[in-house]
Write a protein that binds this ligand. Structure first.
Ligand code: FAD
Length: 422
């Protein structure tokens, strides 16, 4: 049966587009080539562990998550808002003062919190903290590194903590990401305590898919999208399908291949997942390394976490799940297991010989690069009857994917209703 709209891709953008189109009273067919919904948000079960396809977390403070996701139903298991830092002296904790007031003395003693730098950081963030959109447009944008330099965030907080933390979040250690985008991300960290759903990150797209009247067809890879003038023809490996409009939500590179638009550069990372018999650190925080010569990591690991301390459902009884993340740029690109284990041993201060590597996800297409100027509402119409949606059309995040899917669907619904019925 033909649908009003064919959505290509059942990642977060495609699923949100389908939900909004359905709410607008349109019939939707979602075509997905990967066998399951979720796109970059997938979870595997390995030896009784929940292992996401690349470590990521859900921040409930994202505006689109608040708008579109039933967060309580996901039973989010929260991480601490802060980090533990390994340096030459040992381990020290920096935590959000309002969420972890008991850790305030330790945070102040950490050596990373100097009044001048904290004030400079607060002044740089203030416009975005006060109003979500205040700095989210192209105006006055520059690279993250240039913006922090200009703001005077140049001390130990930057050198030992912020640069490393952000390189893991952005999958990019070059400092060339849009400063305005980073301010939006930091706003979400200031107001939200991110976590992992009890059933793994894939519970998020599964919740969305369950609300569709027509289940996504998950074994259909699209090879061509044709604008016929009066509608669209979508060719799959199982035949041709017709519709009035199409939303291509196939991920940044695949969407470009299907529509002829230019693909963005992609940042990549590798997540290493270990099963450990004991928790090496009874903390729900990310662990960063600040023992390198320049103040950042001494090896390839940009962050590690005992995931099961924050999310007990991720490990079977009596075991713990530890993640370590390395970047696919020049420094971390060639990291091998031995180098990762050396880092983990040093960072946690314990032998990791008995830890078992249970999964390794190398993901070259983790996130589209988001250089300045930030354009967080990119054009989505690429033909009379074809729209594109995804994190590459908004911000490189879960929030961006959801927002973009909704925005494309509203535009499509508006066109299908026609000027007289809008
Ligand atoms: C390791 C990792 C860590 C991350 N960490 C975070 C984080 O902590 N916070 C955050 O906000 N974001 C994070 N992200 C980013 C976030 O997951 C993505 O921005 C978001 O999931 C993108 O959704 P999307 O729908 O735009 O694209 P995708 O998820 O890429 O979905 C595209 C879908 O289209 C399908 N498809 C492709 N080609 C075809 C075709 N020809 N025919 C049919 N189907 C096709 C694909 O199989 C896929 O299911 C992370 C991503 C990764 C990979």
């Amino acid at each position: 049966m033909d649908a009003d709209v064919i959505v290509i891709g059942a990642g977060l953008a495609g699923l949100q587009a389908a939900r909004t189109l359905q709410e607008e009273g349109l019939t939707v067919t979602v075509l997905e080539g990967a066998g399951e919904v979720g796109g970059r948000v997938r979870t595997d079960r390995v030896d009784g562990f929940l292992v996401d396809r690349g470590f990521q977390i859900l921040n409930p403070a994202y505006p689109a998550v608040r708008d579109f996701i039933d967060v309580p139903a996901l039973r989010l298991q929260r991480f601490g808002v802060g980090v533990v830092v390994r340096n030459g002296r040992g381990l020290t904790t920096l935590a959000h003062p309002l969420r972890h007031p008991r850790l305030l003395p330790e945070t102040l003693r950490s050596g990373y919190v100097t009044p001048g730098e904290v004030f400079a950081l607060a002044r740089w963030l203030a416009p975005t903290l006060i109003r979500e959109t205040a700095s989210s447009r192209a105006t006055d944008d520059m690279t993250l590194a240039a913006a922090l330099d200009a703001a005077g965030v140049t001390g130990p907080l930057r050198r030992n903590v912020l640069d490393t933390f952000l390189s893991g979040v952005l999958a990019d250690a070059s400092g060339t990401t849009s400063a305005n985008f980073v301010r939006l991300l930091l706003r979400a960290f200031a107001f939200g305590a991110p976590g992992l759903p009890a059933q793994g990150m894939q519970a998020l797209p599964e919740q969305m898919a369950a609300q569709l009247n027509r289940a996504p067809l998950t074994e259909l890879r699209v090879t061509t999208v044709r604008d016929t003038g009066g509608g669209v023809e979508v060719e799959t490996d199982a035949g041709v399908m017709g519709g009035r409009m199409a939303v291509v939500a196939a991920g940044p590179v695949e969407a470009a291949e299907l529509t002829g638009m230019t693909a963005p550069a992609m940042n990549g990372l590798t997540t290493w997942w270990f099963s450990a018999p004991e928790s090496p650190l009874g903390q729900k925080f990310l662990l960063l390394d600040a023992s390198g010569p320049a103040g950042g990591p001494a090896g390839p690991v940009v962050h590690a976490a005992v995931v099961s301390e924050a999310a007990p459902s991720y490990a079977p009884a009596g075991r713990h799940l530890v993640e370590a993340t390395t970047l696919l740029d020049s420094k971390g690109g060639g990291a091998d297991e031995a180098a990762v284990r050396r880092d983990l041993e040093r960072m946690y201060g314990t032998s990791v010989t008995v830890w078992e590597l249970i999964a390794r996800h190398e993901i070259p297409r983790t996130l589209p690069a988001q250089p300045p100027p930030l354009i967080d509402r990119r054009t989505q119409r690429v033909g009379d009857h074809v729209f594109v949606a995804g994190d590459h059309r908004d911000t490189a995040s879960i929030n961006g994917a959801l927002t973009s899917g909704d925005r494309a669907a509203r535009a499509v619904a508006g066109l299908l209703r026609g000027p007289n019925q809008a």
